[in-house]
Ligand binder design. Structure first.
Ligand SMILES: NC(=O)c1ccc[n+]([C@@H]2O[C@H](COP(=O)([O-])OP(=O)(O)OC[C@H]3O[C@@H](n4cnc5c(N)ncnc54)[C@H](O)[C@@H]3O)[C@@H](O)[C@H]2O)c1
Length: 141
């Protein structure tokens, strides 16, 4: 399968790319390298250095790669950063997420896998996390 991995130069995305290549899929990484590392992208993968918010660029990348699926890992997952800079977090995670869906629609790509959250031992109950995330999301919106 031909897959575009957004955030494919990051911690989780780079392992996804390695795994895809090991299983003989084609992988294109779409990452602005704001947190990710060029060296984490295997040479067998194509790297497009661009921002998720550049919808037209992402749509062009999906078309050029003849992508059949997207694995979406371009996000800010660190709670501390969301607290310090909620506007940045909203822009990347929410606005960027919508731009990605629009780009997929434009390019006719229908399959997507995305990470939806992280939890560590000792964290709050899941219900509490969802309730506080909802409060955060509505106060951002
Ligand atoms: N790290 C964990 O333990 C963990 C666990 C569960 C879920 N997740 C989720 O997985 C996803 C990826 O997490 P990670 O730990 O790999 O983070 P990471 O910061 O290592 O990777 C994110 C990648 O996205 C890129 N990126 C950020 N903003 C971008 C933008 N606007 N345009 C293009 N690229 C952009 C960064 O350069 C980086 O390479 C997040 O949604 C996170 O919540 C992470």
């Amino acid at each position: 399968m031909r897959v575009v991995v957004t955030g494919g130069a990051g911690y989780i995305g780079s392992v996804v790319v390695e795994t895809l290549l090991a299983e003989r899929h084609d992988a294109t990484v779409y990452d602005d390298l704001s947190e990710g590392h060029r060296d984490a992208v295997p040479v067998a993968a194509t790297l497009v250095e661009a921002d998720l918010l550049e919808r037209a660029r992402l749509a062009a990348t999906l078309r050029a790669a003849r992508a059949e699926a997207v694995v979406h890992m371009a996000a800010i997952g660190r709670v501390a950063e969301a607290v310090v800079n909620p506007a940045k977090c909203y822009r990347v995670n929410v606005v960027g997420g919508l731009a990605r869906l629009d780009a997929m629609r434009e390019a006719g790509v229908r399959r997507i896998t995305a990470a939806v959250g992280a939890r560590r031992p000792g964290d709050q109950d899941l219900a509490e996390i969802i309730a506080s995330a909802w409060t955060f999301a509505t106060s951002c919106a």
